[in-house]
Write a protein that binds this ligand. Structure first.
Ligand code: PLP
Length: 471
């Protein structure tokens, strides 16, 4: 039986949109393949777990927009809250001794749901600038403590922390660095906690020991007096949906504490329900970081908003007036934008009223189990992740874990077949990543997995026919 999800909605002028898009838009991570390119899919509408394209086709949104549409598409209460705020006061700045109600309300709500010591919130417009704000705040903090040399940052291979100059330097997806420049001598990278690709013959416990020792060695080699902070996503997202081994978070935090290194938890993806908690750091992994950064699910993508939650200890140090410059000289025009904060407040209302965290804790294990059934497919090397943040890793050979040549573009071929069947999944190199809205039903999980299975099988057949893979 073929799994398909494609009823029809009214038509749209797709050709015109594609022509303008092709002529004028430079897309984020725009792909410039050597050969001819097909037009992009034009998404025009969303409803619950579905989106619709300009030709009226319906797709189950396995991508959640981009790890962000946590409460699902088409939520009227969020749209209404934004509209009401825009009509009342669309914008006022937060710089010159002024405040706005939505930003104050949201900051207080975030302080309530964050770990106890994180009570101060700096707003930005997304995840990159939330991390950028974390770095500038940390550097400023050590300046204020009289430790101006304590500036180096430690990040991990496979980490993704953003796309500004500084946060791309923090990013450890090294292929993304090719052809671009980085900030010099600022970031030191340690290994990815990817258990699937750990050294052969190493147990999980030994692997964890290696990772923890490597972090401590790096701090000692750089000199604790020079190392300001360790940046870590609780579950690495764009680098391959990597759940670090048990005990990793507590032990890396302990190493940081012992050497006076701040711990920044980048919860841009993991926050607001994706792992079944508002924040995963403490509730899931038992750690209380010095800073948590978040964005995406904070508004479920209805408006651009990021936040940097700072510990009382950091705030207490930077609030002391400095006669040379009594300002915290960091801020964006749109910090605490009233319409974006109103969207976030309405989004938090939905997350709480519908107990979407509880739903993810309940359905997440089912989703993981169902996706794991794909492991019987010859090309599927690994299925991993946690709850509503999952991925399939495709390989040429399960035994050696060797990858298919890059030009096969395996993730994209599979996602194209999914698209034809009414499912959007994200191709990331040899991976297919899933981060759907948290409202997905059991039946929708079943459809998603069965479409993905058929699409992988079709791709395997294509590759064998083309002689690109032995099967
Ligand atoms: N941090 C993480 C973990 C992310 O996944 C992302 C984006 O995907 C970012 C930061 C950057 O966020 P933004 O794209 O909103 O700048």
């Amino acid at each position: 039986m073929s799994a398909r999800l494609l009823p029809i909605r009214p038509q749209f002028d797709t050709k015109d949109v594609c022509a303008k898009d092709r002529a004028h838009v430079l897309h984020p991570w725009e792909h410039f393949p050597p050969g001819p390119r097909k037009d992009n899919l034009v998404i025009v509408e969303g409803d619950g777990a579905f989106v619709f394209d300009s030709e009226g086709r319906r797709y189950l949104d396995g991508v959640g927009g981009l790890w962000c549409v946590n409460v699902g598409h088409g939520r009227e209460t969020i749209a209404n809250a934004m509209s009401k705020q825009a009509k009342r006061l669309a914008y006022y700045n937060q710089f010159v001794d002024t405040a706005t109600e939505p930003a104050a309300e949201l900051a207080s709500r975030l302080a309530e749901i964050a770990p106890e010591s994180l009570n101060r919130v700096f707003f930005s417009s997304g995840g990159s600038d939330a991390n950028e704000a974390a770095v500038r705040t940390i550097h400023h903090y050590f300046n204020r403590l009289g430790m101006p040399q304590k500036k180096k940052l430690i990040s991990r291979a496979d980490a993704y922390h953003g796309t500004t100059y500084l946060t791309m330097t923090l990013t450890g997806k090294f292929d993304d660095h090719v052809g671009f420049d980085l900030v010099d001598n600022l970031v030191h990278y340690v290994s990815s906690p990817n258990a699937y690709r750990r050294p052969a013959g190493t147990s999980l416990e030994e692997f964890t020991d290696l990772l923890v020792c490597e972090l401590e060695d790096a701090i000692l080699r750089l000199g604790p007096e020079n190392v300001a902070a360790f940046f870590a996503e609780p579950v690495l997202g764009a680098g391959g949906v990597i759940v670090p081994p048990a005990g990793y978070h507590e032990r890396t935090l302990e190493v940081c504490r012992r050497h006076g290194v701040l711990y920044v938890s980048d919860e841009v993806v993991t926050g607001f329900g994706r792992l079944g908690h508002m924040f995963a750091s403490k509730e899931m992994f038992g750690i209380e970081p010095d800073i948590i950064t978040c964005a995406k699910g904070l508004t479920s993508g209805y408006a651009p908003l990021g936040a940097t939650l700072v510990s009382d200890a950091i705030y207490d140090a930077i609030r002391v007036s400095d006669p040379r410059n009594p300002y915290f000289s960091h801020g964006f025009t749109y910090s605490g934008h009233p319409v974006c904060c109103a969207a976030a407040l309405a989004n938090l209302d939905i997350l709480e009223a519908e107990d979407l965290c509880g739903r993810v804790r309940e359905l997440g294990p089912y989703f993981e189990e169902q996706l794991a059934t794909l492991k019987d497919l010859p090309i599927v090397g690994d299925v991993r992740g946690s709850r509503f943040m999952l991925c399939v890793e495709n390989v040429a050979d399960k035994q050696s874990k060797a990858l298919l040549p890059e030009e096969v573009d395996i993730g994209k071929r599979i996602s194209d077949h999914c698209e034809a069947r009414g499912l959007l999944v994200r191709p990331l190199g040899h991976l297919n990543v899933l981060s759907p809205p948290l409202i997905l039903s059991r039946d929708q999980i079943d459809s998603l997995v069965s479409i993905l299975r058929e699409s992988i099988e079709e791709t395997q057949d294509d590759l064998v026919r083309e002689g690109a893979w032995r099967g």
